[in-house]
Write a protein that binds this ligand. Sequence first.
Ligand SMILES: C[C@@]1(CC(=O)O)C2=NC(=C\c3[nH]c(c(CCC(=O)O)c3CC(=O)O)Cc3[nH]c(c(CC(=O)O)c3CCC(=O)O)/C=C3\N/C(=C\2)[C@@H](CCC(=O)O)[C@]3(C)CC(=O)O)/[C@H]1CCC(=O)O
Ligand SMILES: NC(=O)c1ccc[n+]([C@@H]2O[C@H](COP(=O)([O-])OP(=O)(O)OC[C@H]3O[C@@H](n4cnc5c(N)ncnc54)[C@H](O)[C@@H]3O)[C@@H](O)[C@H]2O)c1
Length: 214
Amino acid sequence: MDSGLYGVFLNLAGRRCLVVGGGPVAARKITGLLACHAEVTVVAPTVTDVIAAHVKSGSIRWEARAYQDGDAARAFLVIAATDSIEINRRVYADAEAAGRLCNVVNDQTLGNCTVPAVVRRGRLQVAVSTGGAAPAVAKRIRRELEVHFGEEYVSYLDRMAEIRQLLLGTVSEEQRRTKILQAIAESDLLDLLRTGREEEAEQLVQDCIGGYMT
Ligand SMILES: C[C@@]1(CC(=O)O)C2=NC(=C\c3[nH]c(c(CCC(=O)O)c3CC(=O)O)Cc3[nH]c(c(CC(=O)O)c3CCC(=O)O)/C=C3\N/C(=C\2)[C@@H](CCC(=O)O)[C@]3(C)CC(=O)O)/[C@H]1CCC(=O)O
Ligand SMILES: NC(=O)c1ccc[n+]([C@@H]2O[C@H](COP(=O)([O-])OP(=O)(O)OC[C@H]3O[C@@H](n4cnc5c(N)ncnc54)[C@H](O)[C@@H]3O)[C@@H](O)[C@H]2O)c1
Protein backbone atom coordinates (compact mmCIF):
# COMPACT_ATOMS: atom_id res chain seq x y z
CA MET A 1 0.00 0.00 0.00
CA ASP A 2 1.31 3.43 -1.02
CA SER A 3 1.40 6.08 1.76
CA GLY A 4 0.78 8.92 -0.71
CA LEU A 5 2.93 11.22 1.44
CA TYR A 6 4.74 14.11 -0.26
CA GLY A 7 8.23 14.63 1.17
CA VAL A 8 9.44 18.20 1.74
CA PHE A 9 12.20 19.90 3.77
CA LEU A 10 10.93 22.83 5.81
CA ASN A 11 12.96 25.97 6.39
CA LEU A 12 12.17 26.56 10.08
CA ALA A 13 14.92 29.06 10.93
CA GLY A 14 13.36 31.73 13.15
CA ARG A 15 9.87 30.29 12.68
CA ARG A 16 7.54 29.81 15.64
CA CYS A 17 7.06 26.14 16.40
CA LEU A 18 4.76 24.95 19.19
CA VAL A 19 5.26 21.65 20.99
CA VAL A 20 2.29 20.62 23.14
CA GLY A 21 3.40 18.14 25.80
CA GLY A 22 6.73 17.79 27.58
CA GLY A 23 7.54 14.06 27.73
CA PRO A 24 10.35 12.07 26.06
CA VAL A 25 8.65 12.11 22.67
CA ALA A 26 8.26 15.92 22.80
CA ALA A 27 11.93 16.10 23.83
CA ARG A 28 13.00 14.13 20.73
CA LYS A 29 10.97 16.38 18.42
CA ILE A 30 12.42 19.50 20.14
CA THR A 31 15.96 18.24 19.48
CA GLY A 32 15.09 18.02 15.78
CA LEU A 33 13.51 21.48 15.74
CA LEU A 34 16.51 23.09 17.47
CA ALA A 35 18.85 21.48 14.93
CA CYS A 36 16.90 23.51 12.35
CA HIS A 37 17.13 26.78 14.34
CA ALA A 38 13.39 26.93 14.97
CA GLU A 39 11.96 29.24 17.63
CA VAL A 40 10.42 26.67 19.97
CA THR A 41 7.72 27.13 22.61
CA VAL A 42 6.57 24.23 24.77
CA VAL A 43 3.14 24.24 26.39
CA ALA A 44 2.86 21.54 29.07
CA PRO A 45 2.21 21.35 32.82
CA THR A 46 5.35 19.23 33.30
CA VAL A 47 8.53 18.70 31.25
CA THR A 48 11.40 16.17 31.31
CA ASP A 49 14.87 17.11 32.57
CA VAL A 50 16.15 17.32 28.98
CA ILE A 51 13.50 19.89 28.10
CA ALA A 52 14.04 21.77 31.39
CA ALA A 53 17.74 22.06 30.49
CA HIS A 54 16.83 23.65 27.12
CA VAL A 55 14.58 26.10 28.98
CA LYS A 56 17.36 26.93 31.45
CA SER A 57 19.88 27.57 28.68
CA GLY A 58 17.42 29.88 26.90
CA SER A 59 17.14 27.70 23.77
CA ILE A 60 13.36 27.34 24.10
CA ARG A 61 10.40 28.91 25.97
CA TRP A 62 8.19 26.93 28.31
CA GLU A 63 4.63 27.89 29.25
CA ALA A 64 3.90 25.68 32.27
CA ARG A 65 0.19 25.08 31.73
CA ALA A 66 -2.33 22.94 29.89
CA TYR A 67 -3.09 23.56 26.20
CA GLN A 68 -5.62 26.32 25.55
CA ASP A 69 -7.84 26.61 22.49
CA GLY A 70 -6.23 28.85 19.92
CA ASP A 71 -2.58 28.19 20.95
CA ALA A 72 -2.01 26.21 17.76
CA ALA A 73 -3.06 29.09 15.52
CA ARG A 74 -0.03 31.13 16.61
CA ALA A 75 2.62 28.77 15.27
CA PHE A 76 3.93 27.84 11.81
CA LEU A 77 4.33 24.18 12.84
CA VAL A 78 2.57 22.46 15.73
CA ILE A 79 3.54 19.17 17.32
CA ALA A 80 0.82 17.54 19.40
CA ALA A 81 2.88 15.37 21.75
CA THR A 82 0.75 14.87 24.83
CA ASP A 83 -0.20 11.38 26.00
CA SER A 84 -3.89 12.25 25.56
CA ILE A 85 -5.57 11.47 22.23
CA GLU A 86 -8.37 13.90 23.11
CA ILE A 87 -5.99 16.82 23.72
CA ASN A 88 -3.96 15.99 20.62
CA ARG A 89 -7.17 15.85 18.61
CA ARG A 90 -8.11 19.34 19.87
CA VAL A 91 -4.65 20.68 19.01
CA TYR A 92 -4.91 19.25 15.51
CA ALA A 93 -8.43 20.66 14.99
CA ASP A 94 -7.19 24.16 15.95
CA ALA A 95 -4.10 23.84 13.77
CA GLU A 96 -6.07 22.60 10.77
CA ALA A 97 -8.68 25.38 11.16
CA ALA A 98 -5.85 27.95 11.12
CA GLY A 99 -4.09 26.28 8.16
CA ARG A 100 -1.03 25.24 10.18
CA LEU A 101 1.25 22.25 9.77
CA CYS A 102 0.52 19.76 12.52
CA ASN A 103 2.17 16.50 13.56
CA VAL A 104 0.31 14.22 15.98
CA VAL A 105 2.52 11.70 17.75
CA ASN A 106 0.09 9.10 18.98
CA ASP A 107 -2.37 8.59 16.14
CA GLN A 108 -1.06 8.35 12.60
CA THR A 109 -4.52 8.97 11.17
CA LEU A 110 -4.45 12.50 12.67
CA GLY A 111 -2.21 15.40 11.68
CA ASN A 112 -1.23 16.68 8.24
CA CYS A 113 2.47 15.79 8.39
CA THR A 114 4.77 13.21 10.02
CA VAL A 115 8.38 13.44 11.14
CA PRO A 116 10.88 11.15 9.38
CA ALA A 117 13.98 9.46 10.78
CA VAL A 118 16.91 11.59 9.58
CA VAL A 119 20.61 11.15 8.82
CA ARG A 120 22.41 14.51 9.01
CA ARG A 121 25.83 15.05 7.46
CA GLY A 122 26.38 18.76 7.05
CA ARG A 123 24.24 19.86 4.12
CA LEU A 124 23.18 16.28 3.38
CA GLN A 125 19.99 15.01 4.95
CA VAL A 126 18.49 11.62 4.21
CA ALA A 127 14.94 11.31 5.52
CA VAL A 128 13.15 8.00 5.99
CA SER A 129 9.41 7.46 6.25
CA THR A 130 7.56 4.18 6.45
CA GLY A 131 4.25 5.98 5.99
CA GLY A 132 3.43 5.29 9.62
CA ALA A 133 3.69 1.53 9.07
CA ALA A 134 6.63 0.90 11.37
CA PRO A 135 8.59 3.80 13.00
CA ALA A 136 11.02 1.27 14.51
CA VAL A 137 11.92 0.17 10.97
CA ALA A 138 12.49 3.81 9.96
CA LYS A 139 14.91 4.05 12.90
CA ARG A 140 16.73 0.85 11.82
CA ILE A 141 17.05 2.07 8.22
CA ARG A 142 18.37 5.44 9.52
CA ARG A 143 21.08 3.59 11.46
CA GLU A 144 22.03 1.52 8.38
CA LEU A 145 22.24 4.70 6.27
CA GLU A 146 24.44 6.38 8.90
CA VAL A 147 27.08 3.71 8.24
CA HIS A 148 26.91 4.21 4.47
CA PHE A 149 26.83 8.04 4.57
CA GLY A 150 29.77 8.88 6.83
CA GLU A 151 31.24 12.19 8.03
CA GLU A 152 33.16 12.52 4.74
CA TYR A 153 29.91 13.75 3.17
CA VAL A 154 30.19 17.00 5.14
CA SER A 155 33.30 18.26 3.33
CA TYR A 156 32.37 16.48 0.07
CA LEU A 157 29.13 18.47 -0.21
CA ASP A 158 30.82 21.70 0.83
CA ARG A 159 33.29 21.12 -2.02
CA MET A 160 30.52 20.25 -4.50
CA ALA A 161 28.65 23.44 -3.50
CA GLU A 162 31.80 25.54 -4.14
CA ILE A 163 32.35 23.92 -7.54
CA ARG A 164 28.70 24.43 -8.47
CA GLN A 165 28.77 28.11 -7.47
CA LEU A 166 31.91 28.57 -9.53
CA LEU A 167 30.30 26.93 -12.57
CA LEU A 168 27.08 28.92 -12.17
CA GLY A 169 29.21 32.05 -12.48
CA THR A 170 31.50 30.89 -15.30
CA VAL A 171 29.61 28.44 -17.55
CA SER A 172 26.53 30.23 -18.80
CA GLU A 173 25.19 27.40 -20.96
CA GLU A 174 22.90 25.34 -18.72
CA GLN A 175 23.20 22.03 -20.59
CA ARG A 176 26.98 22.14 -20.47
CA ARG A 177 26.96 23.03 -16.77
CA THR A 178 24.61 20.14 -16.03
CA LYS A 179 26.86 17.70 -17.91
CA ILE A 180 29.93 18.86 -15.97
CA LEU A 181 28.16 18.62 -12.60
CA GLN A 182 26.81 15.18 -13.47
CA ALA A 183 30.29 14.01 -14.48
CA ILE A 184 31.78 15.25 -11.19
CA ALA A 185 28.95 13.67 -9.17
CA GLU A 186 29.52 10.33 -10.94
CA SER A 187 33.32 10.53 -10.53
CA ASP A 188 35.65 9.20 -7.82
CA LEU A 189 35.87 12.63 -6.15
CA LEU A 190 34.38 11.40 -2.88
CA ASP A 191 36.92 8.55 -2.61
CA LEU A 192 39.83 10.89 -3.37
CA LEU A 193 38.71 13.39 -0.71
CA ARG A 194 38.02 10.60 1.78
CA THR A 195 41.59 9.37 1.42
CA GLY A 196 43.12 12.86 1.52
CA ARG A 197 44.29 12.83 -2.13
CA GLU A 198 43.66 16.55 -2.58
CA GLU A 199 45.81 17.12 -5.67
CA GLU A 200 44.25 14.21 -7.55
CA ALA A 201 40.82 15.48 -6.52
CA GLU A 202 41.58 18.91 -7.94
CA GLN A 203 42.90 17.37 -11.18
CA LEU A 204 39.78 15.22 -11.50
CA VAL A 205 37.54 18.27 -11.19
CA GLN A 206 39.59 20.16 -13.77
CA ASP A 207 39.42 17.15 -16.15
CA CYS A 208 35.64 16.93 -15.77
CA ILE A 209 35.30 20.65 -16.51
CA GLY A 210 37.83 20.54 -19.37
CA GLY A 211 36.07 17.57 -20.98
CA TYR A 212 33.02 19.69 -21.71
CA MET A 213 34.68 22.98 -22.59
CA THR A 214 35.78 22.23 -26.14
C1 LIG B 1 10.95 8.19 12.75
C2 LIG B 1 10.60 8.80 14.10
C3 LIG B 1 10.96 10.27 14.02
C4 LIG B 1 10.84 11.03 15.32
O1 LIG B 1 9.83 10.89 16.04
O2 LIG B 1 11.79 11.74 15.63
C5 LIG B 1 9.13 8.52 14.37
N1 LIG B 1 9.00 7.64 15.36
C6 LIG B 1 10.21 7.24 15.84
C7 LIG B 1 10.40 6.21 16.75
C8 LIG B 1 9.40 5.38 17.36
N2 LIG B 1 8.10 5.71 17.48
C9 LIG B 1 7.43 4.69 18.15
C10 LIG B 1 8.36 3.68 18.47
C11 LIG B 1 8.07 2.37 19.24
C12 LIG B 1 7.86 1.21 18.29
C13 LIG B 1 6.58 1.32 17.46
O3 LIG B 1 5.49 1.56 18.01
O4 LIG B 1 6.70 1.11 16.24
C14 LIG B 1 9.60 4.11 17.93
C15 LIG B 1 10.93 3.37 17.95
C16 LIG B 1 11.71 3.53 19.21
O5 LIG B 1 11.36 4.36 20.08
O6 LIG B 1 12.69 2.79 19.33
C17 LIG B 1 6.00 4.67 18.54
C18 LIG B 1 4.99 5.34 17.74
N3 LIG B 1 5.20 6.24 16.74
C19 LIG B 1 3.99 6.64 16.25
C20 LIG B 1 2.97 6.02 17.00
C21 LIG B 1 1.48 6.28 16.83
C22 LIG B 1 0.91 5.63 15.61
O7 LIG B 1 1.54 4.77 14.97
O8 LIG B 1 -0.25 5.95 15.33
C23 LIG B 1 3.60 5.18 17.92
C24 LIG B 1 2.97 4.23 18.91
C25 LIG B 1 2.78 4.94 20.27
C26 LIG B 1 2.07 4.03 21.24
O9 LIG B 1 2.30 2.83 21.23
O10 LIG B 1 1.26 4.61 22.00
C27 LIG B 1 3.79 7.55 15.17
C28 LIG B 1 4.77 8.15 14.40
N4 LIG B 1 6.11 8.06 14.59
C29 LIG B 1 6.75 8.70 13.58
C30 LIG B 1 8.10 9.01 13.56
C31 LIG B 1 5.80 9.04 12.48
C32 LIG B 1 5.84 7.96 11.39
C33 LIG B 1 7.24 7.77 10.79
C34 LIG B 1 7.25 6.76 9.71
O11 LIG B 1 6.41 6.86 8.82
O12 LIG B 1 8.10 5.85 9.72
C35 LIG B 1 4.45 9.03 13.23
C36 LIG B 1 3.26 8.51 12.39
C37 LIG B 1 4.04 10.41 13.67
C38 LIG B 1 5.22 11.26 14.13
O13 LIG B 1 5.56 11.18 15.30
O14 LIG B 1 5.74 12.00 13.28
C39 LIG B 1 11.30 8.09 15.30
C40 LIG B 1 12.63 7.36 15.01
C41 LIG B 1 13.74 8.38 15.08
C42 LIG B 1 15.11 7.78 14.93
O15 LIG B 1 15.63 7.21 15.91
O16 LIG B 1 15.69 7.95 13.86
N1 LIG C 1 5.42 9.46 17.55
C1 LIG C 1 6.34 8.83 18.22
O1 LIG C 1 7.46 8.79 17.76
C2 LIG C 1 6.00 8.15 19.54
C3 LIG C 1 6.94 7.29 20.11
C4 LIG C 1 6.64 6.70 21.33
C5 LIG C 1 5.42 7.01 21.94
N2 LIG C 1 4.52 7.84 21.35
C6 LIG C 1 3.26 8.27 21.99
O2 LIG C 1 3.41 9.69 22.21
C7 LIG C 1 2.72 10.11 23.39
C8 LIG C 1 3.66 10.93 24.28
O3 LIG C 1 4.68 10.08 24.76
P1 LIG C 1 5.59 10.51 25.99
O4 LIG C 1 6.37 9.30 26.37
O5 LIG C 1 6.36 11.74 25.64
O6 LIG C 1 4.45 10.81 27.08
P2 LIG C 1 4.52 11.35 28.59
O7 LIG C 1 3.32 10.77 29.28
O8 LIG C 1 5.88 11.11 29.19
O9 LIG C 1 4.35 12.92 28.44
C9 LIG C 1 3.13 13.51 28.19
C10 LIG C 1 3.31 15.01 28.33
O10 LIG C 1 2.09 15.64 27.95
C11 LIG C 1 1.82 16.67 28.88
N3 LIG C 1 0.38 16.96 28.88
C12 LIG C 1 -0.63 16.21 29.36
N4 LIG C 1 -1.80 16.86 29.20
C13 LIG C 1 -1.53 18.05 28.63
C14 LIG C 1 -2.32 19.17 28.25
N5 LIG C 1 -3.64 19.20 28.39
N6 LIG C 1 -1.68 20.23 27.67
C15 LIG C 1 -0.35 20.22 27.49
N7 LIG C 1 0.45 19.19 27.86
C16 LIG C 1 -0.14 18.12 28.42
C17 LIG C 1 2.34 16.14 30.20
O11 LIG C 1 2.55 17.18 31.13
C18 LIG C 1 3.63 15.48 29.75
O12 LIG C 1 4.66 16.44 29.70
C19 LIG C 1 2.20 8.83 24.04
O13 LIG C 1 0.82 8.70 23.71
C20 LIG C 1 3.01 7.72 23.39
O14 LIG C 1 2.28 6.52 23.31
C21 LIG C 1 4.81 8.42 20.14
